[in-house]
Write a new protein. Structure first.
Length: 248
């Protein structure tokens, strides 16, 4: 398997053209490639940027963007507001200040729809039948230092590999295990794209032979309803301590 980070020009907030960047910097794609795009440049493409000078209360902005949240005063050191957004545990509703040139960059809208749009564009551009697109972001994992990649939308591949009813090496039937393919690829791609000034907001994963390509809209198969999640005893604190912003 190969990981090919794509170095580009600077993508400028508050609005820039993602497809211009793809056309000028993306090398020729091949059958079976997985194309990764960071949520940040997709958000800039959509104009999802707000001048920092225009925001009087960042916490109010975070609460507005979050689906549910735990207030800053409940978090150790009061460093962040802990939020859930679109089935993802992430600080500050994914609002980013790095490489933002004086703007708050919000999460992109309709990431799954945008992934499909990008995928169709790239298939046509490079005359491909098997291609997948993943929109990536970085998040922190409980009880671990450091950030790692995660998907927030994808199109063109089966997000899970189901091992249920198969047998392990000793013949025991596997009852529940599913492998998370799409986030595994996101972690792999983000590790190559970097988190600082690398200027590599896109990447190609090539020869990942475990990927099953499809034209179905199936990203939701990855998402667990919060009350069915094995971590619900922890996640339910979002419901206990939430203060929903006005208008939501």
């Amino acid at each position: 398997m190969q990981i090919i980070p794509i170095k580009t020009r600077i993508i400028n907030p508050p609005k820039d053209n993602l497809y211009d960047v793809i056309n000028n910097f993306c090398p020729a794609l091949k059958e079976g490639d997985v194309f990764l795009v960071t949520s940040k440049i997709l958000a800039i493409h959509q104009g999802r940027c707000i001048s920092m000078d225009s925001v009087k209360d960042k916490d109010a902005l975070i609460k507005k963007e979050a689906d549910i949240f735990i207030s800053r005063k409940e978090c150790p050191g009061e460093h962040v507001i802990l939020t859930l957004k679109e089935n993802t545990l992430i600080p500050s509703a994914g609002i980013d200040e790095s490489n933002a040139n004086g703007y708050y960059i919000l999460w992109p809208e309709n990431s799954r729809k945008e992934a499909k749009k990008i995928c169709k564009y790239l298939k046509k551009k490079f005359s491909l039948k098997k291609l997948a697109v993943i929109i990536t972001d970085s998040h922190s994992t409980p009880l671990r230092y450091g950030t790692m990649g995660i998907s927030i939308g994808a199109y063109g591949l089966n997000p899970l590999k189901d091992y249920s009813k198969k047998r392990d090496i000793f013949g025991r039937e596997i009852k529940m295990t599913k492998a998370n393919i799409v986030d595994t690829l996101a972690v792999t791609g983000v590790s190559a794209m970097g988190e600082g000034a690398e200027q590599t907001p896109m990447a190609i994963i090539r020869d990942a032979r475990f990927v099953k390509f499809t034209n179905q809209k199936n990203y939701k198969e990855l998402l667990v309803p919060i009350k069915e999640d094995i971590y619900y005893p922890l996640l339910k604190n979002f419901y206990k301590k939430q203060v929903m912003p006005k208008g939501r």
